[in-house]
Structures are given as structure tokens and as C-alpha cells.
Write a protein that binds this ligand. Sequence first.
Ligand code: PSV
Ligand code: MN
Ligand code: MN
Length: 407
Amino acid sequence: MNDARIQVFEAHQRSRGIELEAVKQTLKGLKIETPSWGYGDSGTRFKVFKKAGVPRTPFEKLEDAAQVHRLTGMSPSVAVHIPWDQVEDYGRLREHAESLGLRIGAVNPNLFQEDDYMFGSITNADQSVRRKAIDHLLQCVEIAKAVGSDIVSLWLADGTNYPGQADIRQRKHWMEEALRETYQALDDDMRLLIEYKFFEPAFYHTDLADWGMAYNTALKLGPQAEVLVDTGHHPQGTNVEHIVAILLDEERLGGFHFNSRKYADDDLIVGTTNPYELFLIFYQILAALRDDRRPSVQKTAQRIAYMIDQSHNIEPKIPAMIRSVLNVQTYFAKALLIHWEALSEAQADQDVLRAEALIREAFEQDVEPLLQVVREEMGLPQDPMQAFFESGYLEKIQERGIGGASW
Ligand code: PSV
Ligand code: MN
Ligand code: MN
């Protein structure tokens, strides 16, 4: 990038009263976990397109994830999904990750792909199915310990399609019982993240439908249970950043699954549909991080697990993941350019127009020069996407052929 553009950027930010060194330091600390399932073949309910070069094993998924980290410097961990990533020796999987400069992040149980779970897993009326589901959750806690992860991340597909189909309150009790047993198996330094979703695959009621239900469950379980916000899991028009602010303030925001959606739970590349929402989420998080009056809220904000949950069927997987990671970085960087003191003054003065303008003004900053400088200082390529296409990695993995891992 030419120096003149950087100088103009720096002078402009200085004139806005922004301290760029602090911004750069925070930006360098941003880490976003990528999901193993985002590297395999995936699809909609209509079709899974099989592509050449898709990883055939969990080991190869890690190799692809390592490319994203090598080029962006931001994705040192990979979430796994069991049994999609089941292996005989989890110590070997961990070693493989470490040999690639990665670590294994959240362990995701799968309670939705067995025939037994048609009417629910931990909320199934059949006691033996509930037992099977709980045993799987306990197995995932043990896998997390074996791979050196401190997070078990739970999404339940449980729900019903019709009024009267099941006893909603009874299911709630069964769910709480199962999660209590799971929670008790956690080591002291582990966390159980509870993800909610208001619909799909069930279309009448979902047992963990919204943040309130997830929060209530987390509260009952204890301090190691927190809520995970997947940006695609709300009804249209939901103010997601408000949910983020409340969960932060209640010290129960555990993590994110970032993705984009236009209509439902579309799992598309992050930041492609509603980048302003992503920016406003970071606005809330950064505001919490700055809140010296509430050290425990600051601590909650510091340990948020940022993850991507994206899996679509037409775009090539590795560059799509690079794009998502870069988009998260872009909107995080913009939020770092909010002028906090001016915003506090505007809020104290109840100056609506000025307060709104200060937020929008940060969003409208061109952060490309800042990102270029940060990449340079981190020893990363200026254009990670271009560097990926020039690396020859895509060509090399063609030898894997067609028919890699898929769900
Ligand atoms: C299903 O909605 C889902 O997309 C959830 O968001 C989970 O996090 C993900 O699948 C992996 O189980
Ligand atoms: Mn998710
Ligand atoms: Mn989802």
C-alpha cells in the first residue's frame, strides 16, 4: 500500500482524536475460530454439491484451516463436530493441530443426525434415547479434555412441529436434567456454551428457542454455562446487538457464531448481507470492554469465543472462510474508530443526532490502510485472498479428488 494513503489515514484519525497505537494493538489481538464443518462439502436441503479437493478426514480439515490462519493471522483454533470429526486417537488430532500452528477449539456434539433423535434428543419422551444423548454429551466433554479444549458448544435441534405434539414443560425439565449432568462433568476451567435458535428443524416450537431460554438454562446450571449467539438464529428484525449488550451486562455472553443471512439460518459468508449489524455488535462489546465501572463485565467481554459458523454449497471453502475472517476484522476495526468520549458527551447531552452520527461516522471510515499496516507489522500478506490464490494450495489439494467429508 502506498505510504501517502497511510499518512492521509493517520492524519485523518488524529484529527478525529483517535489514538491509533491502541487501536492497532487491539486489532492484532482479534482471534476468530473457524469450524471444521465449513471446510467439507455441505449443502442446502436440496443438494450437496461434491467438489474436488475437499478434505477427506478431520486431519485434512485442520490442514485447510491452517491456511486461513497462515494468511490472516487471526484463526489459530478450529471447532470440531462429533461424530463428523470422530477419530480413534484424539491425542493425535491434537498433535496434528499443534504441528500446524493450531489448536482445537469448541467441541460440538451432534444430537440431530440419528434416527433415534427424530422426536428429540435430550427432550425425547423415550428414556433410552435421552440416555443415549446424554452419554454423547458426556463423551464430548471427555473429547474436549483430550484435545485440550475448554469449550463444549451445544446446539439442540429438539422441538416439535405441531401444537399438542409433546409436553413442552416436561421437555424443559428433561433438558435441564441432561444439561446438569453434562455441566457436572466439566473441569473447573471449562465452559458449556448454549446456543439457541427459534426454528428449524422444528417448526412449531424449539426447546431452546431464544436468548432468554438459553440464559435461564445457563443461570440454573452455574457460572460455567454461558449463552452463544449465532447471528442467523433470530426472527427477522431482531435487535441482535441489544441481546449482546444484555448478555454482557449479565456476564453470560460466552461466544458467537458469525455468519450472514438474508432470510433464515442461511450460514453465508460473514458480513455479506448486514455488515452494519456486525459493526454494532462490536460497538457493544468494545463499550463493555471500556467500562471500568464493571470489571466483571469487562472480563466477560475479554473471554468471548468468536467463532464462524458458515457452511454453504457453492463457493470454494477456504477462500470463503478467508473472506469471512477478513470481514470480521474489517467491521471490528471500524468499531475501534468510534470516538468514545464524544459519544459519552452526546449521550449525556441527549443529543440524538450527534450520537447517531458518531456511530455512523466510525462505520463509514475506510479502514483498509489500517489493516494493511497491521498486516505488515504482523508479517502477513497485504492481500490474504490474493496470496491464497497464488499459493498453489488449491491446485495441490485437487489430488484429494471428489467425495471428501460432508455432513
Ligand atoms: C444448525 O442451525 C447449526 O447451523 C447451528 O448453528 C450449529 O451451531 C451448527 O449447525 C453446527 O451444529
Ligand atoms: Mn451455530
Ligand atoms: Mn445455524
